[in-house]
Design a protein around this ligand. Structure first.
Ligand code: UDX
Length: 459
């Protein structure tokens, strides 16, 4: 690597800047992609003390960002974004060629959604890499923050070498994110570990220092190669889906065996080998990542002639669990045809407006296919609902949805559903049935208001 500009880094006396690099002050960073991951990282890096230009190609989003507003809902991001803008060290650009000039690290946080095949669609990453190949030099570091298939880091490096020549190639690092929607800001500032994969020591060290500058407490940094960093991300999401799928499946057995899943989950979670997180049964896991990453991991295995039986079964079990929830609703109302179902919650989980791969979509579709009439309400996802469920009328609130309903079905764990006035709900319904697929309430509480209550394993 060429020697780094002096002054920006605290180098050991007598050692060249290209070796012991420790950014004393912030460094110039470019983040490509102003979505959920990119924007949290951009604003977070500014809070660490760095100077960030965030590139967003969508003109409307770019204008919103430049005018100081976040173009989507994510808890605590508005205030983080405002704090970052107030420093004057967060700017936005729509011109990638221009934005990457003189940046030390270029974090790529573009979407890698599933293609029809189920494998990751790397079109956006390819476009960005072609541009970077034209403008980057070997003192710069490309950091893949997007979730990318195993081997992508190496392919990006090869493409940069082909286009730019091996002597000019920037380093390529994988630095996957583990941010949960609705918790992304918290997760960015409280990571259980940071994963950095790459084969050039200086580049790995440099990216480590980008994080260390912002650390108020020591956070383990896992240093590995590109491929391992890439697989860690997929393995993490596949395991999370497996764990949720397990507790969902067990909740069905608990319904039949008359056992309370909450006590089972609490007790097994006390074992540090299991852990208490992600043991809450629900209508089925969703979101833009878990299924996508399970499919990509299974696809990788298939490409090696190796079957991920557990991975495949987790995908299948999730679909079956959604059907199980519909069967429970049908049993409550004595058959779905002609019944009126009020669905409370459409987003794939609370604290987000995101309906991507939400369990509510297949559950509602099953209800409609079975001849039920469905009306829905969600505190945040109403603007998205018509895109996914255009045939479903939307109510202004939970009580309007429940009016004359034969069953209220809670599918998302919004806190306001936990605080519902159950007397008012029961009185406004045609028949006071409730399927609480998130165990927000309890059988005892429902019984107090004469509600015929079903839940997930709270037998
Ligand atoms: C997930 C991973 O958690 C995160 O690390 C990764 O970076 C992106 O994918 P996210 O998609 O935001 O994050 O959702 P998550 O909080 O993991 O929940 C996924 C789904 O599982 C949601 O539908 C949620 O409701 C469900 N879930 C989660 C449960 O049903 N029970 C649980 O105990 C936890």
């Amino acid at each position: 690597m060429e020697s780094l500009p002096r002054g920006a880094y605290n180098t050991e006396p007598g050692r060249s800047a290209s070796h012991e690099i420790r950014p004393l002050a912030g460094v110039p960073i470019c983040v490509i992609g102003g979505g959920f991951v990119g924007l949290v990282a951009a604003a977070g890096f500014v809070q660490f003390g760095h100077t960030v230009v965030c590139v967003e190609k969508d003109r409307d989003k770019l204008e919103q960002l430049r005018s100081g507003s976040v173009p989507f809902y994510e808890k605590d991001l508005d205030s983080l974004f405002r704090d970052a803008q107030r420093t004057g060290r967060l700017t936005f650009s729509g011109d990638l060629d221009e934005a990457v000039k003189d940046q030390r690290a270029i974090f790529i946080a573009v979407g890698t959604p599933p293609a029809d095949s189920g494998r990751a669609d790397l079109g956006a990453l390819g476009e960005v890499t072609e541009i970077l190949a034209r403008v980057l030099d070997s003192s710069q570091i490309v950091v893949l923050k997007s979730t990318v298939p195993v081997g992508t880091g190496a392919r990006v490096r090869r493409l940069l070498e082909e286009r730019a020549g091996t002597d000019k190639v920037a380093s390529v690092i994988n630095n996957p994110e583990f941010l949960r929607e609705g918790n992304a800001v918290h997760d960015f500032f409280h990571p259980p570990r940071i994963v950095i994969g790459g084969d050039r020591h200086e580049a790995v060290e440099f990216v480590s220092h980008i994080y260390r500058l912002g650390m108020t407490h020591p956070v383990p940094i896992v240093v590995t190669n590109n491929e391992t960093a890439e697989l860690i991300k997929y393995a993490s999401n596949a395991f999370l889906a497996t764990k949720i799928g397990f507790i969902n499946e067990l909740s069905g057995l608990c319904d039949l065996a008359g056992v309370n899943i909450l006590e089972v989950a609490r007790a097994i979670g006390m074992d540090p080998r299991i852990g208490s997180e992600f043991l809450n049964p629900g209508p089925g896991w969703g979101g833009s990542c878990l299924r996508k990453d399970l499919l990509e991991l299974s696809g990788l295995a298939d490409s090696h002639g190796y079957e991920l039986m557990i991975g495949r079964s987790v995908l299948e079990a999730n679909l079956r669990h959604q059907e199980y929830v519909v069967a429970r609703i049908s049993k409550l109302v004595g058959g779905l045809r002609g019944s009126r179902i009020a669905v409370l919650g459409l987003s794939f989980k609370a604290d987000t407006s995101d309906m991507r791969d939400s369990a509510a979509i297949p559950v509602v579709r099953h209800l409609l296919q079975a001849g039920a009439e469905v009306i829905a309400f969600d505190p945040k996802a109403m603007p998205e609902a018509p895109h996914y469920l255009p045939e479903v009328p939307l109510a202004a609130d939970a009580y309007e949805a429940a009016r004359d309903a034969d069953c209220v079905v809670i599918l998302t764990e919004w806190q306001e559903f936990q605080l519902l006035d159950l007397r008012r709900i029961a009185e406004t319904m045609r028949h006071p049935n409730m399927m609480d697929a998130r165990n927000l309430l309890t059988p005892e509480l429902a019984a107090r208001y004469g509600i015929n209550y079903a839940s997930m394993g709270q037998a």
